[in-house]
Design a protein around this ligand. Structure first.
Ligand code: SF4
Ligand code: SF4
Length: 179
């Protein structure tokens, strides 16, 4: 399938309350889009999503957001946990007791300082790749993507623009007169 030409979109939505509200309102629509993508996503979908991710990373300032670090429970690798505990001057056992449950670090992340990551240069891999739009096999990760759309400005805007760029035939779109 030939991808549609690049479509410009208005200023990105960066209001987190509005993003949360719109994501709730788009819940059914996002499920329908997910089913459609599973069947009809073009071969170049990973590249297209990567391009959208890069576009919105360039437009959106994560240092003014930090919503992922404030709201998500994250799983770090063992080696990363040791580094974090060491940075905090704690034993790994103390860190696990204080900041973790079921093997995951509870939000807000203890490394968050205001809206900035205090270990940014050495942040764990999962933080580097969030919201995971630049990884392969986009269509096999759609449930996670839709969850992230509700909390992440980049994921929300990229996902909304993806609908436009793929000319997704919204099932609920009103019929035009004379159509
Ligand atoms: S380690 Fe840094 S980037 Fe990762 S969740 Fe914590 S504050 Fe955010
Ligand atoms: S990755 Fe998304 S949720 Fe995290 S700081 Fe950037 S815009 Fe906010």
């Amino acid at each position: 399938m030939k991808l549609p030409k690049y479509v410009s979109v208005p200023t990105p939505e960066i209001d987190l309350s509005r993003i949360q509200q719109l994501s709730q309102e788009h819940d059914d629509e996002n499920c329908e889009f997910r089913s459609w993508l599973k069947q009809y996503a073009p071969h170049g979908i990973d590249g297209l999503v990567k391009t959208l991710s890069q576009k919105y990373f360039a437009l959106i300032d994560c240092t003014q957001c930090a919503n992922c670090c404030r709201s998500l429970q994250v799983e770090f690798k063992k080696s990363e946990l040791h580094t974090i505990a060491k940075t905090l001057g704690q034993s790994i056992e103390a860190f696990q007791k204080q900041a973790m449950s079921e093997g995951k670090v509870n939000p807000p992340c203890p490394m968050l300082n205001g809206k900035l990551c205090s270990i940014y240069e050495n942040r764990p891999d999962v933080c580097r790749s969030f919201p995971h739009l630049e990884q392969p096999q986009f269509t096999s990760r759609l449930i996670g993507v839709i969850e992230n759309v509700a909390i992440c400005q980049i994921a929300f805007n990229a996902f909304e623009e993806l609908k436009v760029k793929l000319a997704w035939p919204r099932p609920s779109a009103p019929l035009r007169p004379n159509s």
